[in-house]
Ligand binder design. Structure first.
Ligand SMILES: [Fe+2]
Length: 201
């Protein structure tokens, strides 16, 4: 092969990879996996088989009401995933988890609808000590969906002063999981949106 042929062959190979290969997926130049939601620690308070419910509010419950909602996507960053199980768990307004009761308070699972959406009504969690430091307010997530890797993660709330010293919330990979809380209607109801991007198995 002379030099000219080599250049032509090489450029065809490069062209093929980017045009027909699996690497580039999206018209807006996202690569598969670019959007994948990062993981976080499971923590010691996960309990299996949380009740399937989208409303975690009960009479007498203390704490600011909040709706946590979003869409679960596959790793092309745009296709919603229906039938994904989204589990959440968090502490109450005093920073305590329900680790024993059969009511499994502040714990729930919900399956995404045909548009990949999930939604929970709950409260903004309080804070608890991790050694000498308070962990920032957070909600734990576990997401499972057929054909995708299990994701265990956490969300945090923008402006929380305990984020910067927390060993997990302060990590670079957590930056897209520190989310703004928005007032969504005239009653002052609060909402937080967390879209989740899973990785394929
Ligand atoms: Fe926790």
């Amino acid at each position: 092969m002379n030099r000219k042929e080599f250049i032509i062959t090489s450029s065809i190979a490069a062209f093929s990879l980017s045009t027909f290969g699996k690497v580039i997926e999206n018209e807006n130049n996202n690569f598969n996996g670019d959007c994948t939601t990062t993981d976080d620690i499971l923590g010691p308070f996960y309990r299996k088989n949380a009740p399937l419910r989208d409303n975690l509010i009960f009479e007498g419950l203390a704490g600011n009401r909040i709706t946590v909602n979003g869409t679960v996507y596959t790793d092309d960053c745009k296709t919603p995933l229906s039938n994904a199980l989204v589990e959440i768990w968090h502490c109450n307004a005093n920073g305590d988890y329900d680790n024993k009761s059969s009511k499994m308070l502040h714990r729930a699972g919900w399956v995404t609808n045909k548009n990949g959406e999930y939604s929970f009504k709950t409260i903004l969690p309080g804070k608890y000590l991790n050694g000498k430091l308070y962990r920032p307010s957070h909600i734990h997530f576990r997401i499972t969906a057929e054909g995708h890797k299990e994701l265990i993660s956490q969300i945090y709330f923008a402006g929380d002063p305990h984020i910067t010293e927390d060993p997990w919330a302060s990590q670079a990979k957590a930056v897209h999981r520190i989310l703004p809380v928005s007032p969504i209607d005239i009653d002052g109801s609060l909402a937080i949106k967390f879209d989740i991007y899973l990785e394929k198995t």
